[in-house]
Ligand binder design. Structure first.
Ligand SMILES: *[C@@H]1O[C@H](CO)[C@@H](O)[C@H](O)[C@H]1NC(C)=O
Ligand SMILES: *[C@@H]1O[C@H](CO)[C@@H](O)[C@H](O)[C@H]1NC(C)=O
Ligand SMILES: *[C@@H]1O[C@H](CO)[C@@H](O)[C@H](O)[C@H]1NC(C)=O
Length: 416
């Protein structure tokens, strides 16, 4: 081998080593010791971060809003057309003008009527779809294992629409499904209907649940609600779980705050102030009574609060709440609803993950519902991260994904 090619080989090796080091630096994030499948999680997180950065670049060069670009990436990678197996029939249709994907489990026994579940997918009110593989697989599994009809709603997303438009879409589709002739068409038992969703979908499911329980014509038509790591409030971004998981994978705190601001059509310049709870400082009078409803020092057990200190500013940025009064609206933040609203809610399931900024939103809701006399099951996973329940198949299969999904379906099987 000549001098030249040796030198070339050497520089090639050095370049590769540098690239690998750079890649490892990008992919590697410190993770808690007992989180599920840590290396796989790092790769998933790095992939998601790259897609986020690419979509910011697309926005920077003026091609498209970054959320539209990001959702385009997510949907084009994961789109699945309606399909059917011997056990489930899947169809795309619309309910009163709102697109839905319907999953019908074929009855194995001679049970004449099925249960029905309204499913609301997550994605920060801005991302994902009922038609991507992750949600399609979840709903197909639910339809099959529960012999149920799952209505997965393709509600419109940010930035096309903002709060409360998402809720209006869901309300329209749900009311259509609840019509006697529609239930009959799908062979659904009107006494066995649940509403469910994950993450931002859990937020929307909880808000819809509260709305229906206050409506005389709809109260009692929903037997159960099942909320998977739901987003429930935007008043305190320093709960113990927000502090503990500031930089946790998939959903670091600043990203969650950005989703909130976009959902409420606010200014992204508010992020820094909101991260330190400047938007709900002591001098913001409108927030005073609501703050008591998420006083985690009294709502959470000592095993959760540990040594974490509340972040309460004396003086902050009072104009944020003036510009975004929706921050204090229980339809966006179901955790701050009145006790009288909570006490009419149906039997509830809440799933929380240890390594998730939203863990305490969920636990505080469990506590408030229990105090209001609602029958609640709280299912907590020590090694779980935000979003895990949809990651059940290769190459993004996580053991905790399968365990959370099975536990959720088991509860529905026993209670619906
Ligand atoms: C929070 O509010 C205080 C008082 O207005 C201000 O001095 C501080 O800079 C604010 N912090 C942020 C991060 O906006
Ligand atoms: C995870 O680790 C923490 C501390 O490192 C410990 O308190 C907790 O019990 C562990 N959980 C499991 C399921 O091993
Ligand atoms: C993921 O799926 C592959 C292939 O089916 C399997 O070998 C692997 O053990 C699974 N991993 C987890 C964490 O479930």
């Amino acid at each position: 081998m000549g001098q030249l090619s040796l030198a070339r080989l050497r520089s090639f090796c050095m370049l590769s080593a540098a690239l690998i080091a750079l890649l490892a630096y990008y992919v590697y994030i410190p993770l808690p010791a007992n989180i599920s499948d840590p290396w796989k999680l790092m790769l998933l997180d790095a992939t998601f971060r790259s897609a986020q950065q690419l979509s910011h670049l697309i926005q920077y060069v003026g091609l498209s809003h970054h959320l539209i670009a990001l959702n385009f990436i997510i949907v084009s990678f994961g789109r699945k057309s309606a399909w059917s197996s011997p056990n489930v029939r899947i169809t795309d249709t619309d309910f009163d003008g709102v697109e839905v994907r319907v999953f019908e489990g074929f009855p194995k026994a001679k049970e004449p009527l099925k249960s029905g579940i309204i499913y609301i997918h997550g994605g920060g009110w801005a991302l994902a779809s009922a038609r991507i593989r992750y949600y399609d697989d979840l709903c197909a599994t639910m339809a099959e294992e529960l012999n149920a009809v799952i209505i997965s709603i393709e509600y419109r997303l940010v930035p096309q629409v903002h709060f409360p438009e998402q809720l209006f879409d869901l309300e329209r589709a749900t009311k259509h499904f609840l019509k006697p002739q529609v239930l009959e068409k799908y062979s659904v038992d009107p006494a066995r209907i649940a509403i469910s969703g994950d993450s931002a979908g859990g937020n929307l499911a909880a808000a819809l649940g509260q709305q229906f329980s206050q409506d005389d014509t709809l109260r009692g038509k929903i037997k159960l609600q099942a909320l998977i790591y739901p987003v429930l409030q935007a008043l305190d971004f320093n709960t113990p779980s927000y502090q503990q998981n500031v930089n946790s994978p998939i959903l670091p705190r600043h990203i969650m705050v950005r989703y909130w601001i976009d959902y409420l059509r606010g200014n992204q310049d508010f992020v820094q102030a909101m991260v330190v709870n400047n938007h709900t400082s002591m001098d913001v009078e409108q927030a005073a009574t609501l703050r008591a409803r998420l006083n985690w020092l009294s709502l959470l057990p000592a095993s959760i609060t540990k040594d974490y200190k509340p972040v309460m500013q004396t003086v902050g940025n009072a104009h944020i709440v003036q510009e975004l009064p929706q921050l204090l609206d229980a339809r966006s933040a179901p955790l701050i609803a009145d006790q009288e609203v909570l006490q009419n809610l149906p039997k509830t399931y809440v799933l929380t993950c240890e390594h998730d900024v939203l863990r305490d939103d969920g636990i505080m809701y469990v506590k408030r519902l229990e105090s209001a006399g609602v029958d609640v099951t709280h299912d907590h996973f020590e090694d779980a991260f935000h979003g895990c329940m949809i990651f059940t198949s290769w190459p993004t299969n996580f053991s905790v994904g399968v365990r959370t999904r099975d536990s959720y379906i088991k509860w529905l099987k026993q209670n619906l």
